[in-house]
Design a protein around this ligand. Structure first.
Ligand code: SAH
Length: 383
């Protein structure tokens, strides 16, 4: 998004904090930040950017409501407010997903369905969530509704499918709570099988409406390939994939390893991870549903060991229990994948004050035009 292609919603939306900079300048900005935070620990390798840093988001969400003229609008919440900024097309979102959202907006008008009204908690359509498999081409549409009653459901679905035959599954999710979370607890599959499949690093993964899945498929391969290169797993190694989500990293690591153990707190993600292992005929992997810190304490106190620990915690980073037990487990290598350089620095500083040494710091640009920075760091055990 250089000066010529700048998005007209730049200020209002607030999603792309860096789009006033050319892409090269954005990369420079991110690089400088990582060097400032991590540079004292080790030289930082050049950030890996995208050749085409547009329309990379495979997961697109739109809120539905009305404008002052009472017209139905769909778009994003203005940052830190509850006002919807209308969006028809976005420079970072998947273009097909944006098209489908515009179609749905037109359809709800012609079907006389109402957008949801957050103030008095009435109406029907609250959000649309779309996930698209970049390689598989599969598309999931989730209609998040403020009540269960779906007037003219069949004809609505048929109308949507006739305009977008590329849609492979449609789900209705019910969210009747006053909440800023998009998805509620209850879902019904209206068409297809309720999930999509996607290929990543030669494996197939199932993506469900709720589970975490990386939003930039091209850069995810770059990131995970780097993580595998850093991990340099040997064929009898015991590998721990901590904060494993639906098991992507562990499954990719399984072909190099003796045994992999994935640890994840969210039980739905663990179910998906087990399914993904079966789907790919991976037999040397097990998943444990537990707090990663708690699990590490347990296995360290049982005197077990691990050769390589790969960790990919949420923005808050890891915790002291995890890190202390990591020291006890004493793996040969730790590969830390992070979406927050501040907590990365904190955790890596702790390890490097103890028995580990930083060997590689590799930023990967997963989120062009936004301020977010992803890094993968290799630490090895001191002699
Ligand atoms: N490695 C996965 C997911 C990374 S996202 C991937 O690349 O797809 C971080 C994951 O950590 C989420 O799935 C979240 O549910 C999980 N998580 C958060 N806190 C945790 C904790 N204390 N213990 C274990 N897992 C946790």
């Amino acid at each position: 998004m250089d000066k010529n292609t700048k998005c007209p919603l730049y200020k209002k939306c607030g999603g792309c904090q860096l789009q006033n900079l050319t892409y090269d300048k954005q990369l420079e900005f991110k690089m400088k930040k990582v060097v400032r935070l991590m540079g004292k620990l080790h030289r930082v390798d050049d950030i890996i950017g995208m050749d085409n840093p547009y329309h990379y988001r495979n997961k697109v969400q739109a809120a539905f409501g009305r404008d002052r003229q009472n017209r139905i609008i769909s778009g994003v919440y203005q940052s830190s407010t509850h006002k919807i900024v209308p969006v028809d097309s976005c420079l970072i979102e998947d273009e097909k997903a944006d098209e489908i959202i515009v179609t749905i907006r037109k359809l709800i008008k012609s079907f006389k369905l109402k957008p949801f009204d957050d103030n008095n908690m009435t109406g029907f359509l609250r959000h649309v969530l779309i996930k698209r498999g970049f390689l598989s081409g599969e598309i999931m549409v989730v209609l998040v509704t403020g009540n269960e009653q779906f007037k003219s459901k069949r004809s609505f679905i048929n109308a949507l499918l006739s305009r977008h035959p590329e849609i492979t599954t449609i789900v209705q999710n019910i969210n009747i709570k006053r909440t800023s979370l998009v998805l509620g607890d209850k879902s019904f599959v209206l068409f297809g099988d309720g999930v999509i499949k996607e290929q990543l690093c030669g494996y197939t993964f199932t993506i469900s409406p709720k589970a975490f899945y990386q939003i930039n498929p091209i850069q995810t391969e770059v990131l995970y390939n780097k993580a595998m290169e850093f991990a340099d797993i040997q064929k009898n190694d015991i590998v721990i994939d901590a904060y494993c989500g639906t098991g992507t990293i562990g499954i990719i690591a399984s072909k190099y390893a003796g045994q992999v153990i994935g640890v994840e707190l969210n039980k739905d993600a663990v179910k998906d991870a087990r399914k993904n292992a079966r789907l790919n005929n991976v037999e040397n992997i097990d998943f444990v549903c537990a707090d990663a810190g708690r699990y590490m304490v347990d296995i360290a106190s049982q005197g077990l060991s691990a050769d390589v620990v790969i960790m990919d915690p949420p923005r808050a980073g890891s915790d002291i229990r995890f890190l202390k037990s990591l020291l006890k487990l004493n793996p040969r290598k730790v590969v830390y994948i992070s979406c927050n350089p501040e907590t990365l620095r904190r955790d890596v500083m702790f390890l490097s004050k103890n028995n580990y040494k930083v060997k590689k710091i590799q930023p990967v640009d997963m989120f062009p035009h936004t301020e977010h920075i992803e890094c993968v760091v290799l630490l090895t055990r001191k002699a």
